[in-house]
Design a protein around this ligand. Structure first.
Ligand SMILES: Nc1ncnc2c1ncn2[C@@H]1O[C@H](COP(=O)(O)OP(=O)(O)OP(=O)(O)O)[C@@H](O)[C@H]1O
Ligand code: SF4
Ligand SMILES: [Mg+2]
Length: 368
């Protein structure tokens, strides 16, 4: 079936979706660019921030979404949590169409099930409120049936779950470190027992050691509560250990999507290869050839014709500047939007990553 020319990624999703919690189909979010004169204002173009994105997130699983700054990750996140309207496409949470809500009750039910954690743990918490009130706020909106004391107990329990102490409830956000603040943000996202948490670069503002502890916490919480995550990062190495699937995004589109191990160990899209070649490896035995991404990311207002990655691609050929490639199945479950996808094994040799670095590291740890 996968050799069939007509077989698209959408067909694949319909056939292979195991209990999809979230279904995103052909989602487009464009921002109008206007020219203003004294008399009128007119739309002269669009920022194609999200330009036809499709994927599923099954219950209890994590999709890692990676791409450079400005590629549309946060816009996609905000659109899914319905903070933004969108042009076209569809969004489903299980069987519920969440592109619009027919009543306030329906919207509240959705907001209970889908929560968001933001990148900046300093800006995302109200500095004038006690941690108790910050974490309790969603309960005040959604659980009017609970007493003040019941809510307080839930907050204390959750503070302990995320590795903080009961006495932290009576402090203000400025009294915490960045990592602790992110734990507070995670507690607030958890308090309504959601099914899906969208994490928009949750560890990007933190030191590497603190990043690791937050990633471990997120994994523990996922196991404990059966949560699904959309985990956004601009660094591939951050999503490697937490994601079941990885999607690589470039200028509003998914360039490659597949199981994490596959994408890391046998990348097929030149953009994924370029991102992988840029990850530093603290191992003197492994020498890497860097593929330096040429030039800047093109403007999302004036996208280049053909493949949007063509101005920066190390293997672009004539057709790449004329015809936009669609996602095609390169290996079972791995889809790549490229006219000349890599074989994976060959390209890993080229960038000096022919060994699976995960296994290399594990072996070394076991020896010591
Ligand atoms: N409200 C808006 N109005 C107009 N353009 C916008 C708006 N929000 C985002 N954009 C544009 O949409 C594109 C995608 O932005 P977005 O913030 O989603 O990127 P990102 O991948 O999250 O980047 P970063 O890694 O820097 O957070 C950018 O070109 C941005 O300038
Ligand atoms: S389609 Fe062409 S330009 Fe685009 S990523 Fe593939 S090889 Fe590079
Ligand atoms: Mg962002």
């Amino acid at each position: 079936m996968s050799g069939d020319q007509e077989y698209t990624y959408l067909d694949y999703l319909e056939e292979h979706s195991e209990e999809p919690l979230l279904r995103v189909r052909e989602l487009k979010k464009w921002y109008p660019v206007t020219e203003n004169t004294v008399l009128f204002s007119r739309v002269i173009g669009h920022v194609k921030a999200v330009d036809g994105v499709s994927f599923d997130i099954p219950k209890g699983k994590t999709l890692g979404l990676v791409g450079e700054s400005g590629c549309g990750k946060s816009t996609l996140a905000r659109t899914i949590v319905r903070l933004e309207k969108f042009q076209s496409g569809s969004l489903y949470l299980e069987d519920q169409d969440i592109s619009s809500f027919s009543s306030r009750k329906e919207e509240l039910a959705f907001r209970k099930r889908v929560q968001m954690v933001f990148q900046d743990p300093y800006a995302s918490l109200n500095p004038r409120r006690l941690v108790l009130d910050i974490i309790k706020e969603p309960l005040d909106i959604h659980r009017k049936d609970l007493s003040r004391e019941e809510k307080r107990k839930m907050v204390i329990e959750l503070l302990r779950t995320v590795g903080l102490e009961a006495y932290h409830a009576l402090r203000y956000p400025h009294e915490f470190s960045g990592g602790q603040r992110q734990r507070i943000g995670i507690a607030r996202a958890l308090i309504l027992q959601p099914d899906l948490i969208i994490l928009d670069e949750p560890v990007s503002a933190l030191d590497v050691s603190v990043q690791a502890s937050i990633l471990n916490l997120l994994q523990d919480l996922q196991e404990q509560f059966g949560l699904a995550y959309l985990f956004i990062a601009h660094d591939l190495s951050v999503v490697k250990h937490i994601s079941d699937m990885v999607a690589i995004m470039y200028l509003g589109k998914i360039m490659e999507i597949g199981p994490t191990e596959e994408v890391f160990n046998h990348p097929t899209h030149p953009y994924t290869v370029s991102l992988l070649s840029a990850i530093p490896i603290p191992d003197p035995d492994i020498e890497k050839a860097r593929i330096i991404l040429q030039g800047d990311v093109p403007s999302p207002i004036n996208l280049p014709p053909g493949c949007r990655f063509s101005p920066r691609c190390y293997k672009a050929q004539d057709i790449c500047f004329k015809e936009e490639p669609e996602l095609k199945e390169v290996r079972p479950g791995v889809w790549s939007a490229c006219h000349f996808p890599e074989e994976g094994f060959e390209v890993l040799k080229f960038i000096g990553l022919e060994k699976d670095t995960t296994k290399t590291k594990t072996k070394k740890k076991a020896k010591s």
